[in-house]
Design a protein around this ligand. Structure first.
Ligand SMILES: *Cc1c(COP(=O)(O)O)cnc(C)c1O
Length: 378
């Protein structure tokens, strides 16, 4: 038996939505993008959304729109995908890696506050695996220290914590529609915020800084456009937007399916005494990824054993402190982020996607236990 790490859940209706756009005269950023932005914002109970090419672009544009740049610092958890930190560097600022909580892998907000100095501009939090950071506490930390609060919500559209969803308490939240994310258009992203002026700025910056977009030029009578400051090229297309709007309706069904799979993994791992990140009782996790914690000395062997059994695996993530780009600058070596380092040395991501069959789940779970036990014995 083989179980892929991920299998997307795009169906004929999504394909039909994309095809409809391709058969129409207008295929780039237009009505469908506006429509998706409206649907996403209302799903999240936020005022506005801006569709872009990726979550990486979304994070980059949010930092740029706030004028974060050289001399500034942004606090980023060490347990995340590299894009959460690379965007900080791309705007010319410095990412400051922060340790995470031992049980959840979420940013340790006390540690984050300890890293604040006069150069700090932004607190960036990551809703890791779909479980939300305590946004009420994050908001207090940001407000006490005069920081913007940015949510990397690439894993979490559907999550909630104490009744708060992504985008509601942050100054902006960024989403990913990459191929393996909870809804997808192969590539795609969005910035969501309650700050209308900020959204207007992101909207201009995603398209060269132009004061009018192609839709205006296409539908109205010709008017000259202007550029007050240079922007970038990161606009979402209507092909992406049409596919995404269609999938929004299935968000909860697909989340429930991943929730059931995750709970089955947890049962099997509990029985075997294998650890995994805790989902807190006050949280509804979006259940984007399922990771387990093998003994650090066994991790790579467990990955190999699972692959030998036909199970797709990944590591989400190794601690950013271990990447050459950080290790070589010497600032975060040693014990700056010991809990992130430990989690990063133990993590094995198991297959998780909507509508996994019972057989697939059972086989992957049993192989995971066998792989850990096989290593512990030898
Ligand atoms: C996937 C991911 C991103 C980047 O998303 P893209 O849409 O591929 O740019 C950023 N942060 C986290 C935590 C991610 O998992």
């Amino acid at each position: 038996m083989e179980v892929p790490f991920f299998r997307h859940a795009l169906d004929e209706s999504d394909i039909e939505c994309a095809a409809d756009v391709l058969r129409s005269p207008f295929i780039t950023t237009g009505f469908r993008t506006e429509q998706f932005e409206g649907l996403l914002a209302s799903r999240l109970l936020c005022r506005e959304a801006v569709g872009v090419m990726s979550c990486t672009h979304a994070l980059f544009l949010a930092l740029s729109a706030w004028g974060v740049g050289p001399g500034d610092e942004v606090i980023v958890p060490a347990m995340t995908f590299v894009a959460s930190a690379s965007v900080v560097s791309h705007v010319g600022a410095t990412p400051i890696l922060c340790d995470v909580e031992a049980k959840t892998g979420l940013i340790d907000l006390d540690a984050a506050e300890g890293l604040v100095n006069e150069r700090t501009r932004v607190l960036l939090v990551v809703h890791l695996y779909g479980q939300m950071v305590d946004m009420q506490e994050a908001r207090r930390v940001a407000d006490r220290n005069g920081l913007r609060l940015l949510e990397d919500s690439a894993h979490c559209i559907e999550g909630e914590r104490d009744g708060v969803g992504p985008g509601q308490l942050g100054d902006a939240a960024c989403f990913s529609f990459y191929a393996t994310k909870n809804i997808t258009s192969a590539e795609g992203g969005a910035v969501v915020s309650n700050d209308i002026e900020f959204c207007d700025r992101v909207r201009r910056m995603r398209l060269h800084g132009m004061s009018k977009n192609a839709l205006h030029r296409y539908t109205g009578r010709y008017e000259h456009w202007d550029v007050a400051e240079f922007g970038y090229k990161a606009n979402m297309t209507d092909v992406q937007a049409a596919m995404l709007s269609n999938q929004l309706e299935r968000l909860e069904v697909q989340r429930l399916s991943r929730e059931a799979t995750s709970r089955r993994y947890e049962e099997v791992l509990n029985e075997a005494g294998i650890d995994y990140p805790l989902v807190l009782p006050e949280c509804t996790s979006a259940r984007h990824l399922f990771t387990m914690w093998a003994p650090a000395a066994c991790r790579d062997e467990v990955l190999a054993s699972l692959q030998d059994s036909g199970i797709g695996v990944a590591v989400n993530f190794r601690s950013l402190t271990k990447l050459t780009v950080f290790a070589k600058d010497g600032r975060f070596t040693g014990d700056s982020c010991p809990r992130s380092d430990l989690i990063g040395s133990r993590t094995v991501s198991l297959p998780l996607f909507p509508f996994m069959t019972d057989d697939e789940v059972e086989y992957a779970a049993i192989c995971a236990v066998r792989a850990v036990e096989g290593c512990a014995v030898s």
